[in-house]
Ligand binder design. Sequence first.
Ligand code: 4AD
Ligand code: MG
Length: 440
Amino acid sequence: MNPLSTIAEISKHEGETVTIRGWLYNLRESGKLLFPIFRDGSGTIQGVVPKNAVAPEVFEAVKGLTQESSVIVEGKVRADKRAPSGYELDVANVQVLQRVPDNDPFPISLKEHGVDFLMEHRHLWVRTPRQAAILRVRAEIIRAVRNFFDDRGFTLTDPPILTPAACEGTSTLFPVDYFDEQAYLTQSGQLYIEATALALGKVYSFGPTFRAEKSKTRRHLTEFWMVEPEVAYAELDDLMDLAEALISSVVQRCLGNRRADLETIGRDVSHLEKIAAPFPRITYDEAVGRLQEGHARGALENKFEWGGDLGSPDETYLSAQFDKPVMVHRYPAKVKAFYMEPDPQRPDLALCVDVLAPEGYGEIVGGSQRMASYDLLLQRIREHNLPEEAFKWYLDLRKYGSVPHGGFGMGVERVVAWVCGLEHVRETIPFARTLHRLYP
Ligand code: 4AD
Ligand code: MG
């Protein structure tokens, strides 16, 4: 029996005959020579099938074989400098498990397709090399995030997905009929990991979160994955230190382990090579100054007024001014969530930070110090018209040993989009959920 090999590990078998289990990715034929390209999920490799060197039935099996037919291939691994992977396979045998019918070919051919067509066939689109590379980068980012927190003494605590109340504003809640009660899909695990942070010190959560976003932008999904650290006794500067260390670590890991995938995707990695702490930190006030100056120069259409939240064009403009992520801190409390601690120096500001990725990618991290005072928190809950009953337990955290604490949320899909240099977040998750997409 030949050793089984993945295409990614083929270099370990140079000169040997191996078995590869996969699919036919493409086939070039030139008379008595066939050049099938096989893929197995780990990569692609070109095979060579000369008519006079293989059994007639092997030649016949490969000749005219349809794209994405499943195959078990035996062949000898030969180094070839011209091959993208550095190796070719001298095919000795091919067993076809299922032949894709000629009259119903694989829908995604190697020619260009429109995005709507591709999203409609997402279950098949994920097989193409670029999409597979993006998913490997995503997995690397998730692994890097987990390692980062696990190595620093954080405990993973999983918050519930079914919740009785809002965390990030009532306008983007997905309602769920919970027996006789009204429930919602969680917008963020934050409120719950504040409780576990006060129990365990340093915690994080990593899970799916939901926003009934009516926005049809290239940055918004209705279901996305968020990693959220939460730290007892942490203040705003500590959170900014943590965010820049996390982001640098994630980018460095991708550069170290996924360079070939980034190349497949077509990413110019020179942008990523600059990503190392420290990151620039500017106040909201300073950001407003820059935006107003941008407007005066004609680079921004609308004049930004102090007091508003940054819109997508504002974030794009600001982040394009730096070649590292920029941390914008101390926004007006009015435009931010109810739970943020006011700045003692200027109580109209919140002790919060948004991290904007460079190259115009916009917000990838949002976080803050949390309100420590029971009375002030109760007042905010009332001002925001939130149901007091549902927040009783959350207020308890301010009654029993309240301490300064804080954390942030990092959206995985936005980070994948930036690291891979993608136009839209819909390609960063295996099956994107957006305003108009619930299929497949
Ligand atoms: O800024 P957000 O809304 O903050 C929170 O949810 C806090 N409770 C997090 C915390 O402090 N623990 O969301 C955090 C991040 C954003 O910076 C963005 O990266 C991502 O989550 N995000 C989205 N990603 C994709 N689609 C959407 N609709 C997103 N909304 C937020
Ligand atoms: Mg935010």
